[in-house]
Design a protein around this ligand. Structure first.
Ligand code: ZN
Length: 91
């Protein structure tokens, strides 16, 4: 049991002091950003949603067909998915 004590003594103190390494939240000034609106109806509000995709067994990492989801924003007015690539052509 005394060996265990010796081992803990050699642990770096920084690692013990900060067990949780939280990512710092970025403070973004929204007035310096470019507001996005729906390309169809110009509505500035969007609702969070997901798109669902079936991954075939051949492409799946575990060899089984699986369902994956990807986040998408849906126009609050016309329900059209927001497509950021529509405005920027350098893909
Ligand atoms: Zn819309």
């Amino acid at each position: 049991m005394s060996k265990l004590y010796d081992m803990t003594k050699h642990l770096p103190k920084k690692g013990i002091a900060k067990p949780m390494n939280r990512p710092q939240q970025m403070q973004i000034d929204l007035s310096k950003t470019t507001p996005q609106s729906c390309s169809t109806c110009q509505c500035p509000s969007f609702l969070p949603g997901v798109t669902l995709h079936i991954v075939s067994a051949i492409m799946s990492p575990n060899g089984m067909e699986m369902l994956v989801q990807a986040p998408v924003f849906i126009c609050a007015n016309c329900k059209k998915p927001f497509n950021h690539k529509e405005e920027k052509t350098n893909d």
